[in-house]
Design a protein around this ligand. Structure first.
Ligand SMILES: Cc1ncc(COP(=O)(O)O)c(C=O)c1O
Length: 399
């Protein structure tokens, strides 16, 4: 098992952080990279010609190169956004040019709202059909349902690479291949995937993928949209204004090339520099070690939770899921359980997890759940504390 707790300043004695699915903790090196920027060269990027400005621009662009290398992409295909939600909204803005009345947009029922609502809205605006494909009762993607609904007028298929509730890792490459065969654009949501798995973006078959920087040990306020250059070349930016324009006349304008055309205004320079340090951190530990550590912990988490009487766990077995487990304790509202655990210093998330359609579809009690997610710094001791906390909650609430 990897032991890197000491690299996370927030992990003080007794802290049990089991909410990396919402945002990961930040290693010291990431915080230091940001502090260095603010203390030593805190200038804006892509505008000044003085030494601080040059250094800031170089550091900002170096992070783009790191992201590109991490993903197996070209730097021009890497757009910085403030989170995965913005990246996926930008994907919808770009593909909006190609969707017309009567087309179909196909989206899985296990999407986070960030990869659900931009498509529902686009379908409404364009007069396209918004169609949802299902998961099976045990939480796998229902491929038969997908095939049935993948018609020749399907223009976009949107799918997560890992569900933030069920943990399911769907066969996204297979889905992308089938979608491409009918001429559809494929958009993947990599927000829950990239912190645990290496991604070679081109091999996924997708056209566009959204990621959160803050879930891969990067600072808050960072996200990434990767897209194929052919598509990004003429895409429609979400925002328009400073820094993304080649020329402006009295009644016309010409946008910059990608990726600058998508990064209007002053970006989060310190955040992007911190994201570069986060990538260094991941590569230093290595995806193989991350996966081995988290795989073992996820199995332990899943089995430990399933062994607690009264706990109902959602989604497939550990070998088919990413590093999180959503569950409910019979007779107790998930917010009450999460609050009680929080009082004991155990941090888990509760609620609909921005996946209301999925909770409704599976008819999960309260349409909400508790979610524990593990990362590279967690230990089996953290999982034991969680189980102990649930047992105490059962006694306290007389269940
Ligand atoms: C699967 C999935 N997609 C998208 C998002 C949205 O990410 P962000 O908060 O970076 O916008 C999340 C966040 O929890 C997620 O889990």
């Amino acid at each position: 098992m990897v032991d890197c707790r000491a690299e996370f300043p927030a992990l003080r004695e007794g802290v049990v952080y089991l909410d990396s699915g919402a945002t990961s903790l930040k290693p010291r090196t990431v915080i230091e990279a940001m502090v260095k920027y603010y203390e030593e060269f805190p200038a804006n990027v892509h505008r000044g010609g003085y030494p601080w400005a040059n250094r800031a621009t170089e550091a900002y662009e170096e992070s783009r190169e790191k992201v590109a290398r991490l993903l197996g992409a070209h730097p021009d295909e890497v757009v910085f956004t403030k989170n995965a939600t913005e990246a996926l909204n930008l994907a919808a803005s770009i593909l909006g040019e190609y969707v017309k009345e009567g087309d179909r947009i196909l989206v899985s029922v296990m999407e986070h709202h960030a990869n659900f609502l931009p498509w529902m809205r686009l379908a409404r605006i364009k007069g396209a059909e918004f169609v949802i494909f299902n998961v099976t009762p045990d939480g796998y993607l229902d491929l038969n349902d997908f095939k049935k609904k993948l018609t020749h007028n399907t223009k976009v298929v949107a799918l997560t690479m890992a569900s933030n509730v069920l943990g399911t890792i769907p066969p996204f490459k297979r889905v992308a291949k089938m979608a491409r065969e009918v001429g559809a654009y494929v958009v993947l949501d990599g927000a829950q995937y990239l912190s645990h798995h290496r991604v070679r973006v081109r091999e996924t078959g997708a056209h566009l993928i959204g990621f959160s920087g803050h879930k891969i040990f990067g600072p808050m306020g960072t996200g990434i949209l990767w897209g194929r250059k052919e598509l990004l070349k003429d895409g429609n930016p979400l925002l328009i204004g400073g820094s993304m324009i080649k020329d402006v006349g009295f009644d016309n304008y010409e946008l910059e090339e990608t990726p600058k055309r998508y990064e209007a205004g002053t970006p989060d320079v310190g955040g992007v520099i911190g994201l570069g340090a986060a990538i260094d951190f991941i590569l230093k530990i290595g995806y193989d070690n991350i996966l081995a550590h988290e795989g073992e912990l996820t199995r332990y988490l899943y089995e430990s939770l399933r062994s607690v009487p009264g706990v109902e766990v959602y989604g497939p077995p550990p070998e088919d899921r990413t590093s999180l487990v959503a569950f409910n304790l019979r007779g107790l509202h998930p917010h009450d359980l999460a609050w009680y655990l929080g009082e004991m210093g155990i941090m888990v998330r509760s609620g609909g997890h921005c996946a209301h359609p999925l909770h409704k579809f599976l008819d999960i009690p309260y349409h909400q759940s508790v979610r524990a997610s593990v990362s590279i710094f967690n230990t089996k001791g953290d999982v034991d504390r969680l189980v102990e906390g649930i047992e105490r909650a059962k006694r306290a609430f007389r269940l």
